[in-house]
Unconditional design. Sequence first.
Length: 368
Amino acid sequence: MKSFTHLIEEVQERGLCHHCGGCVAFCTAINYGALELGEDGKPRYRDRDRCIDCGICYAICPEIEELDRETKHLVNWTPPMGPVLGTAMARASNPEVWTRGTDGGVVTALLLYLLERGRIDAAIVSRRAGPFQRQPWLAISRKDLLDAAGFHFDTVPSIAHFSETYSTFSPSIMELQGVAKKTYKRVAFVGTPCQIKALRRMEVLGVVPSDAIKVHLGLFCAGNFQFGPEERRRLETIGNFEWADVLKVNVKEDLMIHLRQGGVRHILLEHLDFMKRYACRFCEDYTAEYADLSFGGLGALEGWTTVIIRTPLGRELFNRARGLALEVSLHQEHSLLYQASIAKVAEWSERKKRTAAENCLELGQVAV
Ligand SMILES: Cc1cc2nc3c(=O)[nH]c(=O)nc-3n(C[C@H](O)[C@H](O)[C@H](O)COP(=O)(O)OP(=O)(O)OC[C@H]3O[C@@H](n4cnc5c(N)ncnc54)[C@H](O)[C@@H]3O)c2cc1C
Ligand code: SF4
Ligand code: SF4
Ligand code: SF4
């Protein structure tokens, strides 16, 4: 039986661990307590003697192929980018939610709708913890959800003096521990494709605390970017701006630096390899292919969110919120825009898979 020692050899030492936290979340929730996340975000042994070699941390790691077939079967995965029952461009009907949202505020509007109608008791989201920094958060109220809306990183004039490395990634799966402790039974999870995949792996095995996750909301993801002091300096040069003038930062088709005096600097993601987490080079999922619903700004008009409906549950929830919490742009009225939008999402998805496959070949292993 393979265990965490093998994850160290096969995933961590090869630079493939993207810190999703799945292994630690399971081992902690079930009270084995052998693992923890280090200060650098990497999983490690907390107490090796507590490891009973159950092998579950190994099996649920998204970088391990063992459960790939079962995970695909679970969500009726089909090529080229997972199940697609429908697509939409939407935004929050409530202006308060819309203005707080990253793109159209759809994720927050949907979560609010589900919470207020008693379909969920809580949601694992990620709230702002400081400039360029977010932390996983178990939201149980309207206020919690609104506080966690958005993804863009507000900055402060003194950002140049920050010395720590900030990251766009938030280890939201770790909040599963909160779910296990507080006995919530119907929880929605918002996260990156790798996190959603780790959760689905747990679901295949039927292990706690993934049984409480009833709705999987995935975010498109081109990569996780680190903003250390050196990276921030290089970005200033590439984008020809100063951090003191920056209002907020967002990732969409490119890195968007919004300036206080108006205007946006666009930096191509291809130019950001120097600040991308190494493991993200081998990741082939752009559109959160294992989610119930996937969301991104790519392909949508400014202030709207592109939505991919993937499972019957996702379709039911989206259709219920439609017209109430969500304003949905009609295919008939914007058919050309829709076609262009979906073509763009498919192109980005394909490009990410191709790059991952090339990088994996170089590394000497086949992409999961
Ligand atoms: C790391 C990351 C990379 C992304 N890359 C792309 C990209 O390349 N292209 C693209 O089109 N879209 C990308 N997105 C998705 C995009 O930024 C929006 O989240 C998405 O369009 C939904 O917008 P919204 O206004 O409907 O959501 P909102 O209503 O603003 O809700 C966003 C939800 O995401 C949660 N959240 C914010 N940050 C994180 C995080 N780091 N980890 C987990 N949850 C988080 C918030 O708590 C909130 O619940 C990325 C998102 C993240 C978090
Ligand atoms: S007890 Fe199981 S889940 Fe925890 S580290 Fe050991 S093998 Fe992994
Ligand atoms: S489960 Fe996630 S955090 Fe753990 S080794 Fe795999 S990729 Fe890394
Ligand atoms: S690129 Fe892949 S591995 Fe990296 S944060 Fe996004 S989903 Fe996770």
